[in-house]
Design a protein around this ligand. Structure first.
Ligand SMILES: *Cc1c(COP(=O)(O)O)cnc(C)c1O
Length: 413
């Protein structure tokens, strides 16, 4: 495809059925934000929602608000609002803890419903916390469980009769490569294994269809495309057919059938609520709910189409206008095999990204040599893609990035 002009992109914005959603966000002037896949932007409604929970619900309602302001139901209520975004039923999703902790709970739970199978299978190069949590489970089971991490190409053949759970990130955090969820799930089921999907880089950007794919378990992040704010609580999905059998290893009182009976013995709550552990983080849930509410009328198929179209235009423009500088596409070119971000490799990736950020184009760097650009389809415009690539071209032409101030690493990249 030949590269579009800025006018072509302005026409796409004019025809974009989702364009009005941008007004629901408080985006700073002078910034093109291409990092909504790492920390989503601030919805305009969030500050007032959180302030209400603090001053009225907490300040005036005090402990009564657990009942009168729906605090105790918030994990299930917000989970039910996330459900349609990921192809789940409302009673199959709950908001709790972090993605890391939810992964621990569900993978350990999967092991208990596949007795006699000792292998957890994952992809080498999966997101670090996913690998680390699985290593933690392996250590905890002291020889009874084995973690096997294989190259992506070798994964389908590695699903054998000893695999209890196949644990994969749907869209890879670096390359944006997308696993075919239905095909992998069918393969896993054919060999008697469960699937656990990490939707951190797909929920809120793609039309995820967990039940359509026959998926068993899933986790995902609240602060990326769901715009729940820094450190927002995460979500967990347990397909209805597994809910009765899947015990949480973190059997805290909020997952008890009757938390306020204060009995000594743990009895798991029916349904998805047993995946709760301790007292829900109400302030974080309030911010997450404000982010999730923006999806209420969004057609996820249209949202995914926009996300991928933004990425397609970006790839075409970077190659056409910045190709001279040795930018190498590090994501699948084919949209159907990609998520909502695009990575380019360059030997000077870190310094180039710092120079871009200094000019208001915020993406991020992923070691060792990737520039990563996220296209959050709720609030980005097609002309933003043009303008970002124009600034990238300026940075590359001027070799601005060679300035030493762009070489110093910060704690968070
Ligand atoms: C962002 C992300 C996480 C985040 O986990 P936390 O527990 O919130 O730190 C986990 N997995 C993947 C694949 C991610 O992209």
């Amino acid at each position: 495809m030949s590269a579009p002009t800025r006018e072509d992109l302005a026409r796409l914005d004019a025809a974009d059925p989702l364009a009005a959603l941008r007004d629901a966000f408080d985006l700073p002037a002078g910034v093109i934000y291409l990092d909504g896949n790492s920390l989503g932007a601030l919805p305009r409604a969030t500050a007032a929602r959180v302030a209400d929970v603090v001053t009225r619900q907490w300040g005036e309602g005090l402990i009564r608000s657990w009942n009168t302001n729906g605090w105790i139901e918030a994990p299930m209520r917000v989970g039910a609002k996330i459900a349609p975004l990921i192809g789940a039923a409302p009673h199959e999703v709950v908001v709790a803890d972090s993605t890391s902790v939810n992964l621990f709970k569900l993978v350990a739970g999967a092991l208990t419903v596949r007795p006699g199978r000792a292998t957890i299978l994952t992809e080498r190069g999966n997101f670090p916390t996913d690998l680390y949590m699985l290593q933690g489970i392996e250590a905890l089971f002291r020889g009874a469980v084995r973690l096997k991490a294989v190259a992506a190409d070798d994964l389908p053949a590695a699903i054998d009769a000893d695999v209890a759970a196949v644990v994969l990130t749907h869209v890879h955090y670096k390359s944006a490569r997308r696993w075919p969820m239905g095909a992998i799930t069918r393969l896993a089921h054919g060999r008697g294994a469960l699937t656990v999907w990490d939707l951190s880089h797909s929920a809120g950007a793609l039309a995820v269809d967990l039940n359509g794919a026959g998926a068993d378990l899933a986790v995902g992040c609240g602060y990326k495309y769901l715009n729940g704010g820094p450190g927002a609580p995460a979500f967990a999905f347990v397909a209805e057919r597994h809910q009765a059998a899947l015990r949480s290893p973190l059997s805290g009182w909020m997952g008890h059938a009757e938390p306020f009976a204060f009995s000594d013995a743990y009895v798991a709550a029916p349904g998805i609520r047993r995946q709760l552990c301790g007292t829900p983080a109400i302030l974080g849930l309030a911010a997450l709910e404000a982010g999730v509410d923006l999806f209420a009328k969004v057609d996820m198929t249209a949202l995914e189409a926009k996300a991928l179209a933004l990425g397609d235009r970006f790839i075409d423009l970077v190659e056409a206008r910045c190709g001279f500088a040795g930018m190498r596409l590090a994501s699948p070119r084919e949209a159907a095999a990609r998520g909502s971000h695009v990575a380019f490799a360059h030997r000077q990736a870190y310094a180039i990204m710092q120079a871009l950020i200094a000019r208001g184009v915020i993406g991020d760097f992923r070691a060792p040599d990737l520039l990563r650009f996220g296209f959050a389809p709720l609030y980005l415009r097609f002309v933003d893609v043009w303008d970002a690539v124009t600034i990238m071209r300026e940075v590359l032409e001027s070799r601005d990035y060679e300035h030493e101030r762009f070489g110093a690493f910060s704690a968070v990249t």
